[in-house]
Design a protein. Structure first.
Length: 339
């Protein structure tokens, strides 16, 4: 293919990637080193009590923001270096907590609290999604053709549902007098409050993520099972290999590239968990790194937003994703070189 033709094909994609991916990333990276604050001035304000003969006036010095001609606050931007990262990480408090072996004190810092939940949420759900998706794919592949279609349709329903709606649905089943809570109370003959403590909310969020994402893994694995060499399977059967041995030594090695692909997608998506925090209203007990960035961007009572700290939190989140992806990317690169 001529370079000119190749450029016409690839050029629009590269331009859009630079415009909508590279440029925002560079902008967020630069904003993490600068702080924009309103400019204040100190003025004397005289306050008088009502009355005529006994009127009392008091002069106070108050601080107020400077407004421009349009009535907007005047702001100034200053370079702060790594201060925004220090404000997010709070290394002094974190090191003191680690030195004393006080993990609970470390988890009072928002970033480390969010990091703990995000890593747990990502690394626990990943093997569960792969195992459940592969189990469904194998079961559907071995089912009779008459029921295969309905089973595939039912299996895909959780993945079709909008994430926030799915999270709210699971929450409504367990919150208050939900159907599942009422059933558990009847079975255990005791009152249950699933949303009164953090660990039960976290279990529900883990369950929801596996329930929602496993159909995606199922579709990928089911497509991969259609390409398994039947001669190899028949040879394994003739040699006396059991179902587990055929799965372990024939099917799983064949599906390994798909397992890596699903792991890459899941890690990138799960490390940015946000819908679960909103759907389960878990902000008081569990927060994620993505929600922390959103919270820093939420205006306070004065209308100010911590854009610099939010940018630092976003960059730290991206660094975490890259670190998690490195082993899988190295494995993919070795397989590519070997091929």
């Amino acid at each position: 293919m001529k370079f000119k033709t190749f450029a016409w094909f690839v050029g629009p994609s590269i331009f859009l990637m630079l415009l909508f991916i590279a440029a925002p990333l560079i902008s967020v990276f630069l904003q993490s080193f600068y702080v924009t604050q309103p400019v204040f001035e100190s003025v004397e304000v005289e306050t008088c009590t009502p009355g005529f003969l006994e009127q009392t006036c008091v002069t106070e010095i108050k601080t107020r923001p400077i407004l421009d001609d349009a009535g907007q606050m005047v702001t100034q931007t200053s370079y702060v270096g790594l201060q925004s990262y220090r404000n997010v990480l709070e290394p002094a408090r974190a090191w003191e907590a680690l030195s004393n072996g006080n993990i609970s004190s470390l988890l009072t810092i928002d970033f480390w609290k969010a990091l703990r939940f995000t890593l747990t949420f990502t690394l626990v759900t990943l093997p569960l999604v792969i195992i459940v998706g592969l189990a469904i794919a194998v079961a559907v592949n071995n089912a009779s053709k008459r029921i295969r279609g309905p089973v595939i349709f039912i299996s895909l329903l959780p993945f079709i549902i909008t994430p926030v709606i799915g999270a709210l649905s699971i929450r409504w089943l367990f919150i208050g007098d939900g159907i599942m809570t009422a059933f558990l109370e009847w079975a255990l003959m005791r009152d249950i409050s699933m949303f009164a403590q953090g660990w039960t909310i976290e279990l529900l969020m883990l369950f929801y993520r596996v329930w929602h994402v496993a159909p995606f893994a199922f579709v990928i694995f089911y497509a991969g099972l259609q390409t398994v060499n039947q001669d190899t399977l028949e040879s394994a059967i003739i040699d006396g290999a059991s179902r587990w041995e055929r799965l372990k030594f024939v099917i799983i090695p064949h599906l390994m590239p798909l397992i890596i692909f699903i792991s890459l997608i899941h890690l990138m998506d799960c490390y940015r968990a946000f819908e679960e925090i909103i759907g389960f209203s878990s902000q008081a007990h569990r927060i994620s790194l993505q929600w922390l960035t959103y919270d820093l961007l939420t205006p306070d009572d004065s209308g100010n937003r911590s854009i610099s700290r939010a940018s630092a939190s976003a960059m730290l989140t991206m660094v975490g994703i890259v670190i998690l992806l490195i082993p899988l990317l190295r494995r993919t690169w070795r397989d590519h070189k070997g091929a």
